[in-house]
Design a protein. Structure first.
Length: 165
């Protein structure tokens, strides 16, 4: 049996695999949050029409229907809360992209005369269980896209190690 030296490129592949694994964990967390959000929406009486609609400017996590209203829903999932609720992470750029993606979705289905709104679902997860899940109906409108998201969602208070700063 002949011995071959190690391929120098093999080490790089191992590093890439580690990066992929970390990225995959992040994506798994988001998918888990979306599944929990769909369950919550179903329990609240909304019908989920589409998931992960990709427009040219952004992505809509969930499109649902509540009676005659179309709901465009952004899902934010976190393991812990640092300074603000996960819903506060939906800033003006993300809201603007959601509005643009929603208009594209409406164009693709033929611009029906429907009311629509923008909602947010936030989920806080432990390793094995859901700590908290909240649904914000009509979280923002097209008119307040430029308004800071932190004004709309309550903060969690000052972290223990961050007294007075």
């Amino acid at each position: 049996m002949k011995w071959f030296p190690l391929n120098p490129f093999r080490r790089g592949r191992r590093r890439q695999a580690g990066f992929r694994a970390r990225r995959a964990a992040h994506l798994r967390l988001g998918r888990r949050g979306e599944r929990l959000a769909c369950r919550l929406l179903g329990a609240l009486g909304l019908e989920v029409l589409a998931r992960n609609f990709s427009g040219t400017r952004g992505e809509i996590d969930i499109v649902a229907r509540e009676s005659d209203t179309l709901c465009f829903i952004e899902v934010k999932t976190r393991h812990r809360v640092y300074r603000a609720r996960p819903a506060a992470a939906v800033g003006s750029r993300k809201r603007r992209n959601l509005v643009r993606a929603a208009h594209q979705f409406l164009r693709e289905i033929g611009n029906p005369p429907l009311n629509y709104r923008f909602d947010i679902v936030e989920a806080l997860l432990d390793r094995w269980r859901v700590r908290d899940i909240r649904y914000y109906r009509n979280a923002f409108t097209e008119e307040d896209v430029r308004r800071p998201a932190a004004e709309r969602f309550p903060e969690t208070g000052t972290p223990a190690g961050d007294a007075g700063t």
